[in-house]
Design a protein around this ligand. Sequence first.
Ligand SMILES: *[C@@H]1O[C@H](CO)[C@@H](O)[C@H](O)[C@H]1NC(C)=O
Ligand SMILES: *[C@@H]1O[C@H](CO)[C@@H](O)[C@H](O)[C@H]1NC(C)=O
Ligand SMILES: *[C@@H]1O[C@H](CO)[C@@H](O)[C@H](O)[C@H]1NC(C)=O
Ligand SMILES: *[C@@H]1O[C@H](CO)[C@@H](O)[C@H](O)[C@H]1NC(C)=O
Ligand SMILES: *[C@@H]1O[C@H](CO)[C@@H](O)[C@H](O)[C@H]1NC(C)=O
Ligand SMILES: *[C@@H]1O[C@H](CO)[C@@H](O)[C@H](O)[C@H]1NC(C)=O
Ligand SMILES: *[C@@H]1O[C@H](CO)[C@@H](O)[C@H](O)[C@H]1NC(C)=O
Length: 436
Amino acid sequence: MKTETTPKMTVLHAPVGVRSIVSSLVAFFIVASSATFLLDRGQEAQVQMAVEHGRQEMQVKVEAGLQEPAMRGTTDAGDAGEQECNWSRGRWVFDNMSRPLYSGLKCTFIFPEVACDKYGRKDIMYQHWRWQPHGCDLPRFDATKLLEKLRNKRLVFVGDSVNRNQWVSLVCMVEASIPDDRLKTRIFNGSLISFKALEYNATIDFYWSPLLVESNSDNPIIHRVEYRIIRADRIEKHASVWRDADIIVFNSYLWWRKQKDDMRMKVMYGSFEDGDARLDEMEMIDGFEIALKKLTEWLGENIDKNKTRIFFAGSSPTHSWASNWGGEDSNKCLNETEPIYKVGYKAATTDYSLMAKAKSYFKTLEPKGIHVQILNITELSDYRKDGHPTVFRRQFVPLTKEQIADPASYADCTHWCLPGVPDVWNEFLYGYLMYK
Ligand SMILES: *[C@@H]1O[C@H](CO)[C@@H](O)[C@H](O)[C@H]1NC(C)=O
Ligand SMILES: *[C@@H]1O[C@H](CO)[C@@H](O)[C@H](O)[C@H]1NC(C)=O
Ligand SMILES: *[C@@H]1O[C@H](CO)[C@@H](O)[C@H](O)[C@H]1NC(C)=O
Ligand SMILES: *[C@@H]1O[C@H](CO)[C@@H](O)[C@H](O)[C@H]1NC(C)=O
Ligand SMILES: *[C@@H]1O[C@H](CO)[C@@H](O)[C@H](O)[C@H]1NC(C)=O
Ligand SMILES: *[C@@H]1O[C@H](CO)[C@@H](O)[C@H](O)[C@H]1NC(C)=O
Ligand SMILES: *[C@@H]1O[C@H](CO)[C@@H](O)[C@H](O)[C@H]1NC(C)=O
């Protein structure tokens, strides 16, 4: 559907990049005042992201704190490299000896949004599950080996707040092995958050880019929720950030899901500068294909396959609809303390088709020798209705009593408590990097 160029489109040209205290404050109020409204619409991902960056924007700082060595698994054999085995098929095993892999309370760089035990979650069984693939073990995670692998290299996570959740997890998994505070840093710089292990000159970054191509949601603080516009042919601004990376982990899923039945994606072609701007409107899923197409094209033309390894993290399911497992929808995932045990469980609300789409686009790169490895973590995460922060998290300030008593509006069943489920996603990543 083609529409005329209208002033509405100037949203793309709003001074979203303005870096001033004033704009941050304005953003704070926009975000704070719309939080309830957005949560009502299931926009947890966006709210979380916006709230967090509202707090952290403008900070370019170096932080560090007390450490203790990582607690490590005792049962994993690290034999997965030698045999063919499908890591995505398996089960959760209660294992309070080898899990968790680190202490969330002691992780210097954890974010309060996912630090569940710190913010009042009393049941901690969720930290004690190990993913056990059928027929093999995942390689045992060894932070020092990973840092050695990343020596003089840069790993960058590119995507939305769930991908940032995975980034925080990896940083916590790694930083516990660096007891000396002077040897690790974390720097916030707009859309980029950078962790460095100085002794190794190893960098682990997160870059905010929820829709992969350029969009009106690229500002980590100020982004439209209902009115999303992507730019079909623009990715260079983002790509310039990951172009030189040695390892890239993309994700993109939640932002393409419909929040309302009539939600559609606006797609802009051309530009105002060139006088050929054109705006289309389409199904969200068709927008995803446009973004995938552009990303795939860019990778095909620009990636140095001898240097860069590329991953795409699978769709991360949410557990906002308790009726999926026989619960009460108004509670969302609050008070869930155990995984779903039903073998082969796939939530009706989890869309497995987006990953299949992504895979088919990335396949077209194979003839060029470029392989995009999918981290297929969807089903294993689908079992984990117990893994989310719900009301045990902090945004700007702790949730009020009233908010805590209102899970339907305030329970976050999208992101994941740490230590927790994303640690396993990173065990996959580790396994591929070290052994495959
Ligand atoms: C792993 O198993 C899943 C589920 O059966 C399947 O979709 C996927 O293609 C398998 N992956 C590999 C690499 O065999
Ligand atoms: C681990 O869990 C078992 C069974 O619940 C319990 O008996 C044991 O005390 C726990 N061990 C630790 C170290 O928490
Ligand atoms: C440090 O790592 C970066 C990649 O993040 C690399 O470009 C640079 O050459 C490394 N420095 C040294 C001294 O090797
Ligand atoms: C922040 O990022 C900008 C580019 O986006 C760069 O020019 C600047 O040097 C960065 N600042 C720090 C402190 O890394
Ligand atoms: C990549 O490696 C292959 C084999 O080692 C080599 O022939 C090729 O020139 C390399 N390509 C680039 C772009 O460096
Ligand atoms: C959740 O558990 C707490 C503590 O056991 C209880 O007070 C509360 O009523 C429960 N909430 C729901 C919605 O079941
Ligand atoms: C991922 O694994 C699930 C089963 O765990 C399977 O249904 C799905 O097809 C797989 N997706 C991809 C893209 O391989």
